[in-house]
Write a protein that binds this ligand. Structure first.
Ligand SMILES: [Zn+2]
Length: 68
């Protein structure tokens, strides 16, 4: 009978581990980008969301990553 202790180190790390909230998207998983396009002397501001390129949409970075 296998009676393994429940405190093994192989368990997945809890959410509050040494992760860092992504400084690029601040944990929002995506970033807002604004583009300025000018057409016939009329300026338009286009905004949209992109998946955060730094964390890949995770909203956090694995391990401690100091802000740059
Ligand atoms: Zn991010």
């Amino acid at each position: 009978m296998s009676d393994l202790p429940d405190s093994g180190a192989a368990r997945p790390a809890p959410v509050h581990s040494l992760d860092t909230v992504c400084p690029t998207c601040q944990g929002n998983h995506e970033i807002t980008v604004s583009k300025l396009s000018v057409t016939d002397d009329v300026g338009m501001s286009l905004s949209g969301s992109l998946e955060c390129p730094q964390c890949g949409g995770e909203g956090r970075l694995t391990g401690f990553v100091p802000p740059v």
